[in-house]
Ligand binder design. Structure first.
Ligand code: PMP
Length: 398
């Protein structure tokens, strides 16, 4: 069967991790894959997760299937986290949520649902975007188009360009938006800009699909949700894909959620019925562990407090590394203004390093950066920051 089939290309980001693992240089640094690392270079299990797992281990009485849409407590806690405890979206029941295997699973389930009822729609993605967005929505059968987002010249948001493109999106098409910590650029909208975009969506009649993979990695869980709140205020139909891989460190537990927000609870119930049929034929019902961990933490005041502290600890460490990188390059006399690195948010930054420099760093210093210059700031530590700054300075001078 496979004799005449060409080998598929390796995933560009995960392939980099493979190459990093095989590199024997003891000074190697991985600034590629989007995984948080602590000061010791490890991806830790959060203490609140350990505590919740202990509770679950004692309480668990069965490994029987979860409902198709997952544990109901998980769904209600996810909604409170997404919209805020007092949100009318939560109290009116116009949003429905299903536990999905990771943010990727949530995107795919949402895409399947949209394809069912909107088969001719195009999906508009930001230029640039996370590479897998293209894969997920193409696999669901959608044609893709791009809207303006990042201005490489100013290394900031091209808001005018974004408004101009989104004003031209036809009604019924789908617009995929990064709610915070844009991957790969680290460039986000502010609250006023989100309100503006939400109004455009309402006026034009396109369907917003919000990808929320980093809640709490920008500023805080509250301020990072301002895009979600802006769309909720318009009363239109929209979708949210949540991922708890990063903010709970639950990468391998595949913990995410797809939330469909409808104008009223009756429509929401119809959406839920179709969400169930979509899930049933893809993976039947979700894996339990990660969702139960998240629900246990969010439903317990003490554990939730501990989680928020650990989350802001991760967020603060990344901010510290952003400043250390900017200061480190300046103190080495590297020409150019790198201050944009400190205004970008989340785990990533478009470093502005060319593909030639990226290659030089990998070949000569075992520093791994994704092509296009996206850096995962969480790969930097106090122990490797000087090595990285020295190497970048040398590469840029060379
Ligand atoms: N969306 C974006 C923008 C992401 O960066 C990621 C993770 N890299 C995901 C979705 C998928 O998250 P998960 O690992 O939970 O599938």
């Amino acid at each position: 069967m496979w004799r005449n089939v060409e080998t598929a290309p390796a995933d560009s980001i995960l392939g980099l991790t493979e190459a990093f693992k095989n590199d024997t240089n003891p000074e190697k640094v991985n600034l590629g894959v989007g995984v948080y690392k602590d000061e010791g270079g490890k991806t830790p299990v959060l203490q609140c997760v350990k505590a919740a797992e202990k509770i679950l281990l004692e309480k668990e009485e069965t490994k029987s299937y979860l409902p198709i849409t997952g544990d109901p407590l998980y769904a209600s806690e996810v909604q409170k986290l997404l919209f805020g405890e007092d949100s009318e979206v939560v109290s009116t029941g116009r949003a429905v949520t299903a536990h999905a295997p990771g943010g990727t699973g949530a995107l795919r389930v949402g895409a399947e649902l949209l394809k069912k009822f909107n088969p001719d729609a195009k999906v508009w993605i930001s230029s640039p975007t996370w590479a897998n967005h293209k894969g997920v929505f193409s696999a669901a059968g959608f044609e893709l188009a791009e809207y303006s987002y990042y201005d490489a010249a100013t290394k900031s948001l091209d808001f005018d360009g974004m408004v101009e493109s989104l004003n031209k999106v036809p009604a019924g098409d789908i617009v995929l938006l990064h709610t915070c910590c844009h991957n790969p650029s680290g460039v986000d909208l502010n609250e006023a800009q989100w309100k503006n975009i939400a109004e455009i969506g309402k006026e034009r009649g396109w369907i917003p699909f919000l990808d929320f993979a980093y809640q709490g990695f920008g500023e805080s869980v509250e301020s990072d949700r301002c895009g979600v709140v802006a769309f909720a205020a318009t009363g239109v139909d929209f979708f949210v894909a949540s991922s708890f891989s990063k903010n709970f460190g639950l990468y391998n537990e595949r913990t995410g959620a797809i939330t469909v927000v409808a104008p009223n609870a009756e429509d929401g119930a119809v959406a839920m019925s179709h969400l169930k049929t979509s899930v049933r034929v893809i993976y039947s019902n979700p894996p339990a562990h990660g969702g139960l961990v998240v629900a246990t933490i969010l439903a317990d005041a003490e554990l939730k407090k501990q989680w928020l502290q650990e989350l802001s600890g991760m967020c603060d460490r990344i901010k510290e590394m952003r400043s250390a990188l900017v200061d480190g390059l300046a103190s080495r006399g590297v020409e150019g203004d790198f201050s944009y690195i400190t205004s970008q948010r989340g785990m990533f930054s478009f470093s502005g390093l060319s593909d030639d420099v990226v290659k030089w760093l990998r070949d000569n210093r075992s520093i791994y950066v994704v092509g296009g210059g996206r850096i995962n700031l969480a790969g930097l530590t106090r122990a490797n920051i000087d090595y990285v700054c020295d190497s970048i300075a040398e590469a840029l001078k060379g």
